[in-house]
Design a protein around this ligand. Sequence first.
Ligand SMILES: C/C=C/C(=O)SCCNC(=O)CCNC(=O)[C@H](O)C(C)(C)COP(=O)(O)OP(=O)(O)OC[C@H]1O[C@@H](n2cnc3c(N)ncnc32)[C@H](O)[C@@H]1OP(=O)(O)O
Length: 257
Amino acid sequence: MDFFRLAKEEFVAVVTFSRPPANALSSAVLKELSTILDELETDPEVRVVLLHGEGRFFSAGADIKEFTSVASAEEASSLSRNGQLVMERIERFSKPVIAAIHGAALGGGLELAMSCHIRIVAETAKLGLPELQLGIIPGFAGTQRLVRYVGFGKAAEMMWTSEPITGLEAVEWGLANKAVPEEKLLDEAKQLAQKIAAKSPLSVRATIELLNAAKEKSFAEAVREEAEWFGRVFVSEDAKEGVQAFLEKRPPVFQGK
Ligand SMILES: C/C=C/C(=O)SCCNC(=O)CCNC(=O)[C@H](O)C(C)(C)COP(=O)(O)OP(=O)(O)OC[C@H]1O[C@@H](n2cnc3c(N)ncnc32)[C@H](O)[C@@H]1OP(=O)(O)O
């Protein structure tokens, strides 16, 4: 691996993005991230993925230096589509993906963070979509995900001014779950990851599918799916264990079966 390091701690895979100086998202980075996701998806020892950046930033976005070799509209569209597919893969990943964001998550860096299921931010982190400053637009689905988190007006303002918001503002605006002092960021994110990893991977997976269903299906269709998932999960060994543990007044131990 050239751009990421992987450490597994008690069902949590900590994925460290390390591409100095800015953790810029080149095509090669996106390809490697995809390969890592393939590996983590089938690893039974991994129940939650925690993504963070090494160095000064989570990620300063797509690799601007790479843009100079993009010659045509078709090539640029394909760069955008390729990034969108990786982001979509993360949003649909069968295990929770948490982003721990410090320094800056700008452009593609914020688009990556927005495709994760949960964002924990450093209070002082800067989050923004500054692409219009470069005379371009967000291309890794940022125009669509940002508006879902913060609404039309704030999304428009963030893009049109190119000005980032702080981690604290991101929580106020609904873009991040929790803001903490930067020195506590990784610990807080790991604690959250551990809490989720203690749940049954089957019920967690079902909720990811259902949360994503809200994105594209009608309410009626999605709640029908909820009932189907409810049935599937209800007859699992983990469901028996959860109920038994409650009755025996002890914490459940889930096996993912
Ligand atoms: C479809 C997706 C599209 C996109 O994502 S477009 C990109 C959107 N992102 C941006 O526009 C952010 C660009 N970067 C910045 O605004 C600033 O940088 C920062 C705020 C992140 C940091 O500013 P400061 O602390 O003054 O540092 P520094 O000297 O500007 O950057 C440090 C080194 O990092 C490189 N760098 C920063 N961002 C990128 C990037 N997105 N792609 C490639 N390189 C980047 C710089 O060039 C420099 O490098 P060197 O030390 O060699 O001069």
